[in-house]
Write a protein that binds this ligand. Structure first.
Ligand code: GLU
Ligand code: ZN
Length: 301
């Protein structure tokens, strides 16, 4: 039998334990891989070393195990991958696609912002030559291209990268590689064919497509699953003090996560074990049943 071509992944940042929102993202990507008889990998996005801890990574892995979300192979830690990211940055530089940026946070404070609240880089350092040895970030030069992509849940989307994002950071002034670069290097390295992740990352996708094109890397197929927000509409996160997944009552937590994904378990599964719920969900998983809500407003200038 030839191996299934599907390779999916869950890529948490280990800044704290999983909560209901991160479970929904993990569960969706696990189910999508399961339903396609594919492989499901876990990657720890621990680039931001002071914020990410081995403790949190270990907790996340224990939580995934406890919830029955088994992964294939070794967990990849981004903290071990600087050489690969440096090689990718060199490749961008050698084609003139990256430039050094010495702008400070306060210098950019008045730059325009996009609908996501992110700074649209005004191009200040584009034509400057890098001051030798100066503390600086690296940005990728964004040309006037309109990026189209099709999300399996959100449909056909378009972002005007140059005007809605501008030249974006691939390596920070403090020496840390940026998420956008690391994610495309690692998705290619791990042979990821399908990205299923939270809708908060929907408008990061065009940046990643752009880097994939520059670096000659394949583009996976995307699906952005709904975010779980708290009662006042904020995304669950460590910042909004989302509680960690409970150790007890996992069946209910799983049933709720399945309902959030448009797959409420049928009444005859009331009282079923977590394993039975997962088996039912794997057999009935249909990406078209996953809702788009809460809808992330499309950034328009
Ligand atoms: N590490 C990112 C997060 O925790 C997810 C990255 C991705 O799935 O592309 O939000
Ligand atoms: Zn600059």
């Amino acid at each position: 039998m030839t191996p299934a071509p599907y390779v999916g992944r869950f890529a948490p940042s280990p800044t704290g334990p999983l909560h209901q929102g991160s479970l929904v993202a993990a569960l969706a990507s696990w189910l999508d891989a399961r339903a396609a008889a594919g492989r499901w990998l876990v990657r720890m996005e621990d680039l931001d070393r002071p914020r990410c801890t081995q403790d949190a990574a270990d907790t996340i892995l224990r939580q995934l195990e406890a919830y029955g979300l088994a992964w294939a192979g070794e967990v990849l830690y981004q903290s071990t991958r600087d050489d690969a990211y440096a090689t990718a940055l060199d490749a961008l530089r050698s084609q003139g696609a990256a430039f050094a940026c010495t702008c400070t946070r306060s210098q950019l404070a008045h730059a325009p912002r996009n609908a996501e609240g992110e700074i649209v880089y005004p191009g200040t350092c584009r034509l400057r030559t890098a001051p030798a040895g100066a503390h600086h970030a690296w940005r990728v030069r964004v040309e006037e291209v309109s990026t189209h992509f099709v999300d399996r849940i959100h449909g056909a989307l378009r972002q005007d990268l140059a005007h809605e994002v501008g030249d974006f950071v691939v390596k920070r002034a403090d020496g840390l590689f940026a998420y956008q670069l690391a994610v495309v290097v690692d998705d290619a390295f791990q042979g990821i064919t399908h990205v299923v992740r939270g809708a908060d990352l929907l408008w990061n996708t065009p940046r990643q497509l752009y880097l994939q094109r520059l670096l000659g890397l394949p583009t996976p197929i995307h699906a952005h699953v709904p975010l779980v927000t708290n009662a006042v509409g904020q995304k669950l996160s460590k910042q909004t003090l989302a509680p960690a997944l409970p150790e007890r009552g996992r069946r209910q937590v799983l049933a709720d996560a399945l309902s959030a994904l448009g797959h409420p378990p049928p009444a005859d599964l009331i009282g079923a074990s977590a394993a039975e719920l997962l088996a039912w969900a794997s057999a009935h998983w249909q990406i078209k049943n996953v809702p788009r809500h809460p809808i992330i407003a499309k950034p328009r200038p």
